[in-house]
Design a binder for this molecule. Structure first.
Ligand code: NDP
Length: 240
């Protein structure tokens, strides 16, 4: 029986590319999503990959969602925490709700999904968790104290959980994408985006498939000695 992978936010953008890459590795993939039913249906129709709707910021929904995937497809050995949102604004204009919502989904989602899946991975002696951070969690970004804090938190979360999984064959890693050509980046005003691209040494936005290839490696058997690491895939925009 092939291993089962859940990709949160797996029906569009970077997550869609990750779902396809893991499917192409021979894994059985469940793509989670939040609310865009039309896109999720189109994704399933085009790929045959099952889509499961729940809010990763809701603790109980994650416990129930992972249980539903396990019931339908088998025990979950791989989780890619990719779902994320932005609620940008300078601190003076950022509401408490904008802060909480980004923390709840982007960082809380990682905790909720790990709580739902890590124990089973440990018991079975094999697991892969990949958390999608961001260049803006590494370097900060104007107008994103909520997003940068949540993504930076993901990198700490990754290193801490990696230590708990290492003895049990469960690796926990992060990927920090730079600017990738998805709906999220399409929402950035064009003049701002031009300035961002001008700072990317390779001279272009990244493609979702370029993040997915990194995730696929970290989810493979070959990556068993890689844990607690962050792979930066950003066209050379931030090197440290
Ligand atoms: P998109 O906005 O294109 O897609 C986001 C996905 O996440 C959608 O599938 C959406 O579901 C899902 N989602 C959002 N909120 C929730 C929720 N509460 N529960 C479950 N699913 C949810 O994002 P990207 O593909 O651009 O980004 C993917 C990840 O990569 C995010 O974590 C983002 O922060 C990170 N990232 C992106 C970068 C970029 O340049 N694009 C750069 C660095 C990091 P639905 O379709 O139902 O709305």
């Amino acid at each position: 029986m092939s291993r089962v992978a859940i990709v949160t936010g797996g029906t569009r953008g970077i997550g869609e590319a990750i779902s396809l890459a893991l499917r192409d590795m021979g894994y059985t993939v469940a793509a989670n999503y939040a609310g865009n039913d039309a896109k999720a249906q189109a994704f399933t129709d085009a790929t045959g990959i099952a889509a499961f709707k729940w809010d990763v910021g809701d603790h109980q929904a994650c416990l129930d969602g992972v249980a539903a995937v396990a019931e339908a497809l088998g025990p979950v050995d791989i989780v890619v925490n990719n779902a994320g949102i932005t609620r940008d604004g300078v601190l003076a204009k950022m509401s408490f709700d904008d802060w909480n919502e980004v923390m709840r989904i982007n960082l809380g989602g990682c905790f909720n999904m790990a709580k739902a899946s890590f124990g089973g991975m440990r018991e079975r002696g094999w697991g892969r968790i990949v958390n999608i951070g961001s260049i803006n969690g590494q370097a900060g970004q104007y107008g994103q104290v909520n997003y940068a804090a949540a993504k930076s938190g993901i990198h700490g979360f990754t290193k801490a959980l990696a230590q708990e999984g290492a003895k049990y064959g469960v690796t926990v890693n992060a990927i920090a994408p730079g600017y990738i050509d998805t709906d999220m980046v399409a929402a950035v005003p064009a003049p701002v985006l031009e300035k961002i691209v001008a700072k990317i040494p390779v001279g272009r936005l990244g493609q979702a498939s370029e993040i997915a290839r990194g995730v696929a490696f970290l989810c493979s058997d070959a990556a068993g000695f890689v844990t607690g690491s962050t792979l930066s895939i950003n066209g050379g925009q931030h090197m440290y």
